[in-house]
Structures are given as C-alpha cells and as structure tokens.
Design a protein around this ligand. Structure first.
Ligand code: HEM
Length: 456
C-alpha cells in the first residue's frame, strides 16, 4: 500500500464526502477526549473510516484500517507530516521553537534521527540498565506497603529519575535539584489555565500560538542545566566513562561533519526527550500495574518466570498492556499537498488520524480483543499495522525501544519485591490527561512485600 500524488486516476478513488461525515460541535469534540472509552464505542459505530467536521478545525479523516496504517507509515511522498500536525494541534512550537520543528518536515529529520538512533538502541540501552535498576531500588525503599496507594504518582517519580539520570545524565546535586524544579514547573504549566487559554486561542486562530513567557523561562532553565552539564564534561573529559544520552550526543557532536549536532540542537533534543518520554512511560508503568493487580493468574506466572530469570512473559505483558491500554489513543499526520492515501483522496490542509485505540480492539485482528491476554504475544513480534502504540514510519517513536526496555527493567525490579493487589475488582477506566490516557484512579493498588524476594 502506498501514497501517490494524484496523477490521472484509473482506479476507484474514495472521496471524503462518500464516508460517514458527522458534523460535531467543539463541545462534542472535547468530550471525545474526556471520555475515551465511551468515545471509542461511539466512533466504532461509524465504521473503520469516517470524517469529523468540527468548527475551526481542519477536516479530519479518522481510520482504523490496517491498510491505511500501512499507507501512512509507508508514505514516501512526504505529503503527510507529523510535525505540521503537532504544530497545529499541540503547543510544540511553544516548547521546541523553530529550530527543532524545522527538521521535522525536511530531509534533515531523517539525517538527525539516524545520527541519534544509537542512543536509543542495543548497546546504549544495556549501558543504561544499571542506572535504571538503581533508580528502581532506591524508590522501592520509600514505596508504602499494606495500604492503598496511587501507583501513578510513584511511577512519575521513577520515570523522572530515569530521565534525569539516563537522558540528562546529571549527577551534581545542585544541578539535579534545579533540573527537578524546572521539570515540576513544566508539569505545572502544561496543566495550567495559561496553557488551556492558549489552546483555545490557537483553535480560534487556526494553529497560531500566543507566546507564553512563563513557559519560556522554564525552558531556558532546563537549557541552562544542559549547557552547564556540557561545559563541565568538556572541561573534565569525564564523559568518556559516562553512559547517558547526553554523552552519546556529545560524542556525535564531536564526530559531526554536517553541522547537524550543535549545542542548541542537543539542548532542544534533551527537552524533546523529556517531554516525549516522561509521562508516557509513567502512564505505561501504571497501566501494567493496574492490569496485573486485576489478573492474579497472569501476575503469578509473571513472578514465577522472573524468578527463573526469563523476561519473555514480561515483554508479552507490556506489549498486551500497550495494546489494550495504549498511552496515546491516536497519532496524526497533516496533509501538506493533495494526495491519494491507499484509495482515499485527501485534500491539502486535511488531517489523518490513525485511531490506535480502535485498531487495537478490532475483533478481526485480535481474539477476544477486550480481554487482557498476554499469552497472545509470547514469542510473537506484533504486526506494525495492527499494534502501533509507538506510531510508525519515519516518525516512529524514537524512544520506543528505550520505553520497552525501561518498563522491563523497572517492572522486573519492582515485581521481584512486591505484589500489587487491586483495591476494587472493577477495571479502572481510561481517562484523558492532556493527550494521554491514564487509569481513572491512577492505578490504586496495595503493594504487599513478598515474603521471600525471588531470585533472578
Ligand atoms: C510507553 C512510552 C511511549 C509511548 C507510548 C510513546 C508514543 C509515541 C508516539 C505514538 C509517537 C508518534 C509516532 C508516530 O506518529 O509515528 C512518539 C514519537 C516520539 N517519541 Fe515516544 N513514546 C513513548 C516513550 C518515549 C521515550 C522514552 C522517548 C525518549 C526518551 C520518546 C521519544 C519520542 C520522540 C523523539 C518522538 C518523535 C519522533 C519523530 O518524529 O521522529 N518516546 N512517541
């Protein structure tokens, strides 16, 4: 399946007008996010493909078709742009500015990705493992037991500590506490009225974002920490034994002959990784704990396999959790010029929504799609057009492997010590927090210390 520019067409082309095309109000559009599970059921009634017309928004083509997924991820024409879509729908321009966005839609994007990929794969990941284990062990000392806790709060601390150690690589106490402070401020601003107002204004102004000086100050604070850390390492050359993303970037910058990896690019990257990798990972850890607490048989098998030193079943548990409870419900591409996607004609200015939450529940792709059955993924590599929690194609999540690796290391360490027990039998609903889907009660569980911590 491919995308093509619309040359004289001989095959049947589907127009957006021939698809189900409800007009919905801005309030109904907002409700789609507020009640993701009810929306999923409602949207499923419109079929695999439909169009949503919302005032002030671009025409939105939604699809749950694996053929369309293949066409989007395989797009070679660059008619579809993730960067343009993010710029239109989310405050990415405010957070990353011009410099970082400029490469999303150009050939440089692929060049930069290729350069930084080693920081997120194989050998580099194994290098991060001791730090991740350390973070999990330290946090376990403070984890309350024998009373209900909202695990998500602890998962956020875990994910944040990992980002500070693995991405920023900051060990100096003062710099680390400044970094933590800026991260807290960033979280606060992302959930603030100030940003909500700018969202509404950007919708009214069709994608133009008002400045947000308070956010600029926090981002400068983050960059300052990165610049100081780079200066210290360059002065002492101690990054030679460091194993973190910053060390990999500095090494790339030293060897860069294309002028792609300068200090500004590195600082921008650190921000990007922080924003893209922190809450997504915390949400995933929380969902795994929420699912396991409600599936004691799965949990028991998992703890047994971990005691045997085997991570295969743990990987299947994480994969199945990301299928049933994907952290982001959809991904999106803006249409930069008229294009025929698979067989659908998409006019310039429209958007394609790949409905991850819908695709993952298709009964023709998964037996009993609403049930949590990690067994379906044991020893199986999921089809990228059926399982896409990390998106796909040229914009596939850069940290996808790292997120899977991190979840594996952290959960393995925690589950050897603790057994999560559900507070109530009913599943926690998915609720939206910004673009992410979180457990409604933030994975409320009681952690019981295992009497004899398992070997492994
Ligand atoms: C479970 C955790 C995570 C989930 C579910 C997730 C999900 C996603 C999704 C859906 C996209 C859009 C891809 C597309 O539309 O094709 C994306 C992009 C991205 N993610 Fe993640 N992500 C996670 C963790 C991370 C981590 C840990 C990092 C880095 C430390 C990261 C860095 C990025 C970056 C840089 C992009 C943009 C890639 C590009 O456009 O080239 N993510 N992520």
């Amino acid at each position: 399946m491919t995308t093509t520019t619309p040359t004289p067409v001989t095959r049947q082309v589907t127009t957006l007008d021939s698809l189900p095309r409800p007009k919905i109000s801005v309030a109904a559009w907002a409700r789609l996010f507020a009640a993701p599970e009810a929306s999923r059921r409602q949207l499923a009634e419109l079929g695999d493909r439909f169009v949503l017309d919302v005032p002030l928004m671009p025409t939105m083509f939604w699809t749950s078709s694996p053929d369309d997924v293949r066409a989007v991820f395989g797009d070679k024409t660059r008619a579809l742009s993730f960067g343009t879509a993010l710029r239109r729908l989310a405050p990415h321009e405010l957070i990353f500015g011009e410099r970082i966005m400029s490469w999303w839609a150009s050939e440089d994007h692929t060049a930069v990705r290729r350069k930084v990929a080693p920081a997120f794969m194989g050998k580099a990941l194994r290098g991060y493992e001791p730090v991740m284990e350390d973070v999990a062990r330290q946090m376990m000392r403070d984890l309350p037991t024998d009373r209900p806790i909202r695990f998500h709060a602890h998962a956020r601390t875990l994910a944040r500590e990992v980002i500070m150690s693995v991405v920023f690589g900051v060990t100096d106490g003062e710099r680390r506490s400044r970094l933590a402070h800026h991260m807290t401020e960033l979280d606060r601003l992302v959930g603030s009225r100030g940003l909500a107002v700018r969202y509404a204004a950007s919708m009214a102004m069709r994608g133009r974002w008002l400045p947000f000086p308070a956010l600029d100050r926090v981002l400068s604070g983050l960059d300052e920490v990165t610049y100081e850390e780079m200066a210290v390492r360059r002065a002492s050359s101690d990054d030679l034994d460091r194993r973190d993303c910053l060390a990999v970037f500095l090494e790339l910058a030293r060897a860069d002959d294309q002028g792609l990896m300068d200090d500004e690019m590195i600082a921008g990257f650190q921000r990007l990784l922080l924003v893209a990798g922190n809450d997504t990972t915390a949400a995933t850890l929380s969902w795994v704990i929420e699912r396991l607490a409600r599936h004691p048989v799965v949990l028991q098998r998992l703890q047994q396999t971990l005691a045997d030193g085997d991570d295969t079943y743990l990987d299947a548990v994480i994969t199945e959790t990301l299928r049933l409870r994907p952290t982001v419900p959809f991904t999106v591409r803006a249409v930069n010029h008229d294009v025929v996607l698979d067989d659908v004609f998409l006019p310039r200015g429209s958007m394609v929504f790949l409905y991850i939450n819908g695709i993952h529940r298709r009964a023709d792709l998964y037996d009993a799609p609403d049930e949590f059955r990690p067994e379906r993924f044991v020893g199986v590599t999921p089809d990228p057009s059926h399982w896409l929690p990390f998106g796909g194609g040229i914009n596939r999540c850069l940290g996808g492997q790292m997120a899977m690796f991190e979840a594996r290391v952290l959960l393995r360490t925690i589950l050897r010590e603790f057994t999560p027990v559900a507070e109530a039998t009913a599943d926690e609903d998915q609720v939206a927090s910004t673009i992410m889907l979180l457990p409604e009660r933030r994975a409320t569980v009681t952690l019981r210390r295992r009497t004899a911590p398992a070997a492994g």
